[in-house]
Structures are given as structure tokens and as C-alpha cells.
Design a protein around this ligand. Structure first.
Ligand SMILES: Nc1nc2c(ncn2[C@@H]2O[C@H](COP(=O)(O)OP(=O)(O)O)[C@@H](O)[C@H]2O)c(=O)[nH]1
Ligand SMILES: [Mg+2]
Length: 311
């Protein structure tokens, strides 16, 4: 199929074509990039929400509920479930888990997993591109769900317009495995599993911690029970409020800055792969023998790439 036809079908919301386009992006194929060039202008309408927190905190349960609420409102919703710990994607292992999710059977909800392939930075870049595609495909709500407790949360924050941080009781101390530096990426804080003992204490602790930052107004802290859907209406409402609220201009600016950074980094990584092995080996030898510094070798190699007209 011609790329222009594929792009047209994606814009028409054809699910099989969307899946095919996402695979091109995930495999980092040149066609994926060409496809995005055709599609990018028609995006920019979706509300992109990142949902993140420790493993087992109920992110998937919550995301599926949100998707359900949105689809009942008539908004087509796409979920990208990012799992950097899984090397399998698209079809295998994660795909099976995805099929078992509630969201998989809600009409109008599209769900897709993204596993690790290459570096974490590469994953962020591909996730960003997947969002562009889904946006152009007409999904008005896109959720990026990430597991893990560190780098991936920060990465996702830079891709999503609004970040929901999920906290839970029972993870041991009040620290909640969410590090202090990560707290500030949350636009909305959710205390899930509020049916369990200790949830009130976690909520009070979150409010106290967030209140220490005098530069920022206190973000919403909402108690929910994702398992029953309790409190998720309020989360959906807050997301809408933030999506329309002020500060969007600044968010857009930070977003575009990050998108550009990711696109540059992704290409630089491609460059590295394009370098002839023997030149790399030779560069390494020069560093070992201290004939040249790493910086000198790097600059020589970059000059070579530029001269040879690589990408
Ligand atoms: N008690 C209770 N359990 C929940 C709640 N939400 C999710 N769970 C359970 O927590 C476990 C992990 O949920 P999951 O959504 O897979 O978490 P994720 O790893 O963060 O995506 C599952 O067994 C859920 O049924 C809740 O509100 N209360
Ligand atoms: Mg999950």
C-alpha cells in the first residue's frame, strides 16, 4: 500500500491501518518517519494524559476506567501502555496481557503496548511519535501509561500535557517509592486503593509534602478506588479543567522544545549506528593508546559523517 493511502486510512480512524503505522514507528523504519510527515499537520487536537506510579498501584485499572468514562462521553480514546521492562511488544507477551484488559473490550477505545527496544531515550522518542500518529487518527484523548519509578516517569511527563501520579497505601513507609523529585511532575495526584487501610494517612502525607513547595499552588489530591470506579469522575473532571485551563501556552512551549530534543537525539543515535564498525574500533584504540581524547575522536567521526552526507 502506498504511504499516502495508509495515511488517509489512519486519518479516517481505520484501526488496522493505525496498528500498521504504529509498527512502522516502533521498528524505527524510514516509512514511519515519512508517514508522520504526512500526518503531523492534522494532529494537535488530542488531550494527552500521562498516568504513572509504582508497579501494582492500579494504573491499568484506573486508565481503563478513564477510557470508559471518556468513551461514554463520545470521545475516542487511545491508550499506550509503555513497559520498559518488557522486550516484547506489538504482539507477544505484553500483547496478551493487553487483550485481558477491560479497555480492550470498550468500543472506541484503542490500546497498544510499547516495549523496550534500544535505549530508554529511544522509547520516549517512539512513544512521542506514536502519540502524533494517534492524534492525527482522531483520538481526542490519549493516555500514556508507564510502569517503573524513575527515569520513565520523568520522560513521560515531557510527552504528556497533563500528568497523573498514582499513589497507594501499603507500600511500606510514607515515602511511597515516589521520590521527592518526581512529585513535582504530577499535575494531579491520585491516592488509589482508598478502600484499604492507611489510605487517609497517605493522602494527608501527600498534601503535606506538596504543600512544602511554596512556588506552586497545591495540585489536586484525589482519593479513588479504581477497582470500583469511585472518585474517577472527579479525576476526569480535573483533567478537563487542566486541559482547558491557563498555563497551556507554557506547556505547549515546553512540549515542543522536548519534542525537538527527542527528534534530534533519536537521529544522533541513528548516526552512531551508521558509523562503520572499523572506524569506531579505530577510535577506541586511539583512546586506549591516548593518541586522541574521546572528544577529539568524536569530532573527527562527526566530521566524517557530515562529509559522507549521512541523513
Ligand atoms: N483494593 C484495591 N485493589 C485495587 C484497586 N485498583 C486496582 N487494584 C488491584 O491492584 C492490582 C494491580 O492493579 P493494576 O491495575 O494491574 O496495577 P498497575 O501495575 O499499576 O497497572 C490488581 O490486582 C487490581 O485488581 C483498588 O482501588 N482497590
Ligand atoms: Mg499495569
Amino acid at each position: 500500500m502506498k504511504l499516502a493511502d495508509l495515511a488517509e486510512r489512519i486519518q479516517a480512524g481505520h484501526e488496522l491501518s493505525i496498528a500498521r503505522g504504529l509498527t512502522l514507528i516502533e521498528d524505527n523504519r524510514p516509512e514511519g518517519e515519512a508517514l508522520l510527515r504526512l500526518l503531523f499537520a492534522s494532529g494537535g487536537k488530542a488531550l494527552v494524559v500521562g498516568v504513572t506510579g509504582p508497579p501494582g498501584s492500579g494504573k491499568s485499572t484506573m486508565v481503563d476506567r478513564l477510557a470508559e468514562i471518556w468513551s461514554q462521553n463520545g470521545w475516542r480514546t487511545a491508550i499506550i501502555a509503555v513497559d520498559p521492562s518488557s522486550p516484547f511488544t506489538g504482539g507477544a507477551i505484553l500483547g496478551d496481557r493487553i487483550r485481558m484488559r477491560q479497555a480492550a473490550s470498550i468500543p472506541g477505545v484503542f490500546i497498544r503496548s510499547m516495549g523496550a527496544r534500544g535505549s530508554l531515550g529511544g522509547l520516549a522518542s517512539r512513544t512521542a511519535e506514536a502519540v502524533h500518529l494517534l492524534d492525527a487518527a482522531g483520538f481526542s484523548r490519549i493516555i500514556i501509561e508507564t510502569v517503573g519509578v524513575g527515569q520513565s516517569e520523568v520522560e513521560v511527563a515531557t510527552l504528556a500535557g497533563i500528568v497523573v501520579l498514582v499513589h497507594v497505601p501499603g507500600l511500606g513507609d510514607d515515602i511511597q517509592t515516589i521520590k521527592a523529585g518526581l512529585m513535582e511532575i504530577g499535575d494531579i495526584h491520585v491516592v488509589n486503593k482508598s478502600d484499604l487501610p492507611g489510605a487517609d494517612r497517605v493522602k494527608a502525607h501527600m498534601i503535606a509534602m506538596l504543600g512544602m513547595d511554596e512556588k506552586r499552588p497545591l495540585p489536586p489530591v484525589i482519593s479513588v478506588v479504581a477497582a470500583t470506579g469511585e472518585g474517577l469522575g472527579e479525576v476526569a473532571l480535573k483533567i478537563e479543567e487542566l486541559g482547558q485551563g491557563e498555563g497551556q501556552e507554557q506547556r505547549r512551549k515546553a512540549w515542543s522544545q522536548r519534542q525537538l530534543e527527542l527528534a534530534i537525539l533519536n537521529r544522533m543515535q541513528g548516526w552512531l549506528q551508521d558509523l562503520p564498525q572499523e572506524m569506531l574500533r579505530d577510535g577506541e584504540r586511539q583512546i586506549i593508546e591516548r593518541v586522541a581524547s574521546p572528544g577529539e575522536v568524536a569530532e573527527a567521526l562527526i566530521k566524517y559523517l557530515l562529509a559522507s552526507g549521512t541523513k
